[in-house]
Structure formats: structure tokens, C-alpha cells
Design a protein around this ligand. Structure first.
Ligand code: SF4
Length: 392
């Protein structure tokens, strides 16, 4: 299996989310929290890139603000109706984090050797005989030129700062330590430091790993991978709701939340349903035309056959058809007006006609027009007009 640290982390948080994301490959728009995290990380990367000088604090803030304007606007908001307030809150929180981080960590004081570096390592599973690949991205690696020590730093934008013992066994830091140890096998493991930097708190917590940290990390990842593979066989990926549901893009299909969305979806069909209805509308029109042509052609044949054979009824497998002659009588009424007037019945045959009235309405004096207003009845209905693509 080829997987990433973040995919395994998603599985541990909620197996159902993992399934939607990694197996079903359902793509959802990024939520504001995720976009915000990416933007802050991007600004911190920019801060440590010497090009040729390190950027000033103002330049870092400008970089962040520009990217924020470009990206955050399109993010999925938790509360669409409060979009502006939410955007403002995230923008200001990010600026504040960066400001405080810069004041405490001027970039020229660090020997940064890698920023947002990708890693990939193999994880053989002796039990199954399979070899898995684990990938990820490390925010920053520093090297202390005096001690030769390497420090892996991962930035956190969330509000929670865990206790020290959770940091010691932090799976993400374990993965990074393992990645570095496998990348540079000659490195003394004791010279690899791993830290989490909590930007909201302005605090860095460094892990004090257990002595068997690398073996422990490997076995934990293999356990998770085996669990995923077993669940893939029986499709058992339960939804495990928690605080992260607030930022989950799969709520509308998740069995824990979908009912909340059902009513709204029923009232407002999705794009796919509308597209299918438009297609049906066009196709139905075409079919009606075809059937009408088919019917007219059949009528022509039957009439000709009846004429030739002097028949009034023909039989077929569905039943029989009888021909009868129809009459519609009409009179040239204007030509008969004088006669009918003389007979005193002309007014009896005149029926009020709204269409005719609408025609003469513009010619009526304004006071008469307004006198008719209160008797005006407006009936509205919708019309669907088809315009085929080729007739733009
Ligand atoms: S909404 Fe919550 S329970 Fe459902 S998939 Fe997302 S994280 Fe899991």
C-alpha cells in the first residue's frame, strides 16, 4: 500500500472519512480552516527563504495578505451567512501568529536546511510479506552547526496544545524521525530532535522520544495499515463523529449527518438531477415529434387504404380503427351583422373577450384605464422554452 502520514491520521480520526477520501476518492472543496493552515505554512516557508535576503516582517505579512485574498475567498465556510466576519477573523489570526512568530524567531538566527521537504520511505511488513510506502511533507529541518544536531519542526495552527507525554509519542513526529533516520542512516539517532511549534500559543514543544522510538513508530504504522487492509475486505469503515466533523467536507453523505441535509436536498435538486431533467425535456420533445410524424404517416396510409377499398373500418393486431366524417360549422358574422341587428340578437352573440380588450386598452382615456385596474386579474404560470445548443 502506498499511503501518506496524513491519510493514516485521517483513518485513526474517522475510518469513514478515510474511505471517502482515500478509497472512493471523493473530492470536496477545502474548508476555511484547511485553507488558513496552508496559507500560514506558505508564509512561514517564504519567511525562511533567503532570496537573496530574508524578507522583513512587513514583507511576510504582505505575502500572507495577498495569498489570503486570492485563496480564502473561495474556501468553504462553516457559516456562509457570516462569511465576511469569519474571513476577517482568520486573516487577523494569521497576521497575529506570523507577527509574534517573527518577533520570537528572526529567520537569520536559524540554520534552515530544508523547507516543506517531501519524504517517502518503505515499510516492510514481515507478517504479510508486503512492503508499504509512506509519504509526507516536513515543514522545516534545521541543523545546529555547533552540535551537528538536526531539528524537525512541524507548525500547528490549531487551538489545542497537547500535554508533553502526547508530544513524546506523537505519531507524526515519529514518522518524520523515521524518515530522516532512513534518509541518512549514518546519522546518530540521538542527534535528531523533533518539535511541534504551536503558533497560536507561540510555544515550541520538543519530543522526548522513548528509547525504541523508531521500532515503535514502525509497528504502530504497520498496525494501522493492517487494520485498513482488513477493513477494505469487508467494507467496514465506521463513522466516528468528533469535533473535527465541523470541518469535514463529507457531512452531507456521512451517515451521522446526512439526514440534516436531506430536506434541503429534496427541496433543491442537485446539479446532476437538473442536468438530467433538462436532457429528458429535450429528449421527450424529440420523441413526441417522432411519434406525431409516425402517427400522421399511419393516418395517411390508413385513409388511402380506406378510400381505395371503400371501407369505414380496418382491423389490426391492436384493435380496429373506425373512420367517421367530422363537421365544423362557422358563419361569416360581420356579413350577418345587419340581419342580426334587425332581429335584435346581435348583442346576445357578442361575448366579452379579454384578448380583444387588451388590444383596445392602450387607446382608452387614462381615467377609464385606471378605473379598470381594480378589476384586473393577473394569473402567472411558468413556461419552459427549449433552446438547443446549436441555436444560440
Ligand atoms: S462528518 Fe464526522 S463522522 Fe462523518 S465522515 Fe466526517 S469526520 Fe467522520
Amino acid at each position: 500500500m502506498k499511503t501518506s502520514y496524513s491519510a493514516l491520521d485521517t483513518f485513526k480520526t474517522c475510518p469513514r472519512k478515510y474511505k471517502y477520501q482515500e478509497i472512493d476518492k471523493i473530492r470536496t472543496p477545502k474548508g476555511i480552516e484547511a485553507v488558513f493552515g496552508t496559507l500560514v505554512h506558505g508564509a512561514l516557508k517564504y519567511m525562511f527563504e533567503k532570496n537573496p535576503l530574508y524578507p522583513t516582517l512587513d514583507e511576510v505579512l504582505d505575502f500572507y495578505r495577498t495569498k489570503f485574498e486570492e485563496k480564502a475567498e473561495h474556501a468553504e465556510m462553516r457559516r456562509q451567512e457570516k462569511k465576511d466576519a469569519e474571513l476577517k477573523m482568520y486573516r487577523e489570526t494569521g497576521e497575529d501568529m506570523l507577527r509574534r512568530f517573527y518577533m520570537k524567531n528572526q529567520p537569520w538566527n536559524f540554520n534552515v536546511i530544508e523547507l516543506e521537504g517531501r519524504f517517502s520511505f518503505e515499510l516492510p511488513d514481515e507478517k504479510s510479506g508486503e512492503t508499504h510506502t509512506l509519504t509526507g511533507i516536513i515543514d522545516r529541518i534545521d541543523k545546529n552547526p555547533d552540535t551537528g544536531e538536526y531539528e524537525i519542526i512541524d507548525y500547528k495552527t490549531g487551538a489545542k496544545m497537547p500535554p508533553q507525554d502526547k508530544v513524546n509519542d506523537h505519531a507524526q513526529l515519529g514518522a518524520y524521525r523515521l524518515a530522516l533516520a532512513l534518509r541518512w542512516p549514518h546519522l546518530d539517532e540521538g542527534k535528531i530532535k523533533t518539535s511541534l511549534y504551536f503558533l497560536r500559543h507561540g510555544e515550541k514543544l520538543t519530543a522526548k522520544p522513548r528509547t525504541d522510538a523508531l521500532a515503535f513508530t514502525k509497528s504502530e504504522f504497520l498496525k494501522t495499515i493492517r487494520d485498513i487492509e482488513k477493513r477494505r475486505e469487508n467494507g467496514d469503515f465506521p463513522a466516528t463523529p468528533g469535533p473535527l466533523c465541523n470541518w469535514c467536507g463529507f457531512r452531507n453523505i456521512c451517515p451521522m449527518w446526512s439526514h440534516e441535509y436531506k430536506k434541503a436536498e429534496e427541496q433543491s435538486p442537485d446539479e446532476e438531477t437538473v442536468a438530467a431533467a433538462v436532457r429528458d425535456f429535450f429528449e421527450a420533445g424529440e420523441k413526441i415529434k417522432e411519434l406525431e410524424a409516425q402517427e400522421n404517416n399511419a393516418k395517411k396510409i390508413i385513409n388511402a387504404y380506406m378510400d381505395k377499398n371503400e371501407l369505414a373500418r380496418v382491423f389490426g393486431s391492436y384493435g380496429y380503427i373506425t373512420r367517421s366524417m367530422q363537421e365544423r360549422v362557422s358563419y361569416d358574422l360581420p356579413a350577418l351583422k345587419d340581419v342580426l341587428l334587425e332581429a335584435g340578437v346581435w348583442n346576445d352573440i357578442l361575448e366579452p373577450d379579454s384578448k380583444k380588450f387588451a388590444k383596445i386598452f392602450p387607446k382608452l382615456p387614462p381615467d377609464i384605464q385606471s378605473a379598470t385596474e381594480e378589476k384586473r386579474v393577473v394569473k402567472k404560470w411558468s413556461m419552459l422554452k427549449k433552446t438547443p445548443k446549436s441555436q444560440k
